[in-house]
Design a protein around this ligand. Structure first.
Ligand code: UDP
Length: 321
């Protein structure tokens, strides 16, 4: 039988964090969820608070936290460009000071600590697909830098705590992920396109839509995060779906799957928007025996009804599927 662990999940009320809390509870662990609810939502975890093995603390991870746990998963940070750019100083602080506080806690407790890093550490990459050895091409002073450089500095802190203090770290670089529990106002491409398609609004393509991303369904991602934590790998390790699509392809697929009559319109490309992105997941495949299973079409089919229901709860009229 698996030992019941006490596990801290920061950012536990967010999109990925709340799925992770559910998975760890299913596995029989005690979960302490910490979130400042800046972009996370209480409704994502409302159904969990009645469980005896779940506790929620509304806290900012930049403040010291004194709790007794066996493992820490750090997923606390706004991740959507409009949200992390809304208060860029807070974004850098969350990644850097938040990681520092949690690493101090992990050092004191001798606890394993996972860091949700990001494909953004590669910036607008000149190496394609992105391998973990690539150091990236990142603007240090642009509008995306608060997130990109914040996450890069967090990786630095993780590896220095590992080298200096022997803290057992796990660092994953997460590529674009989507699925139920995303906020309809999240601002990222998958949620925007689905919400626009369902509400008869124009689908907003930034630039000409030829830029690429690789979209991973949330269940596949949560599976590999837990697998990494329970392995001997420290990372950094890319996790994401290696199937690459143009943003225009995504728009067309969303229109086809919803039957929407929304027109596609172009909007200016935000500055420093990466041209292309696809993970090389050889390490995750060979070292964690992991492979994403859900295709974009299957994942969108599972996600569209979620957004429809989430909009209807807010009184927004949506097209019938
Ligand atoms: N994008 C778009 N329309 C939108 C939102 C995003 O064309 O309504 C584009 C964006 O410019 C980027 C890609 O979709 O090229 C992915 O954007 P997202 O914000 O989802 O994540 P990113 O990978 O840029 O962090």
């Amino acid at each position: 039988m698996r030992k019941m662990k006490r596990i801290l999940v920061t950012g536990g009320a967010g999109f990925l964090g709340s799925h992770l809390c559910e998975k760890l509870l299913e596995q029989g662990h005690f979960v302490l969820c910490v979130d400042n609810l800046l972009t996370g939502a209480y409704k994502n975890i409302e159904h969990l608070v009645r469980q005896e093995t779940f506790e929620f603390l509304q806290r900012d991870i930049c403040q010291p936290l004194q709790v007794a746990v066996d493992e820490i998963y750090n997923l606390a940070c706004p991740a959507s460009p409009p949200h992390y750019q809304a208060d860029p100083i807070q974004t850098t602080k969350t990644s850097v000071m938040g990681s520092y506080q949690l690493l101090e806690l992990a050092k004191q407790l001798r606890a394993k600590i996972f860091q949700a890093s990001t494909s953004e550490v590669y910036g607008d990459p000149h190496v394609h697909p992105q391998v973990e050895e690539y150091w990236g091409h990142v603007n240090p002073i642009g509008v995306r830098s608060c997130y990109d450089e914040g996450k890069r500095c967090a990786e630095t802190l993780f590896f220095d705590y590992h080298r200096m203090h022997g803290v057992p770290i796990r660092v994953a670089r997460i590529f674009n992920t989507y699925g139920p529990k995303m906020d309809p106002n999240d601002g990222r491409v998958v949620s925007n396109f689905i919400v626009q398609a369902l509400t008869h609004q124009p689908i907003t393509i930034y630039g000409d839509g030829s830029q690429t991303r690789s979209f991973c369904y949330v269940d596949d991602l949560i599976e590999v995060i837990v697998r990494l934590m329970n392995s001997d790998e420290i990372g950094p390790i890319n996790i994401g779906n290696p199937c690459e699509f143009r943003v225009l392809d995504l728009a067309q697929q969303v229109i086809a799957l919803t039957g929407s009559k929304s027109p596609i319109i172009q909007k200016p490309l935000p500055s420093d928007d990466p041209r292309q992105r696809r993970p090389d997941i050889t390490k995750a495949r060979t070292r964690l025996q992991w492979e994403p299973k859900v295709s974009l079409e299957e994942g969108l089919k599972a996600t569209i009804p979620y957004f429809k229901a989430a909009l209807e709860v807010r009184g927004v009229q949506t097209l019938s599927l």
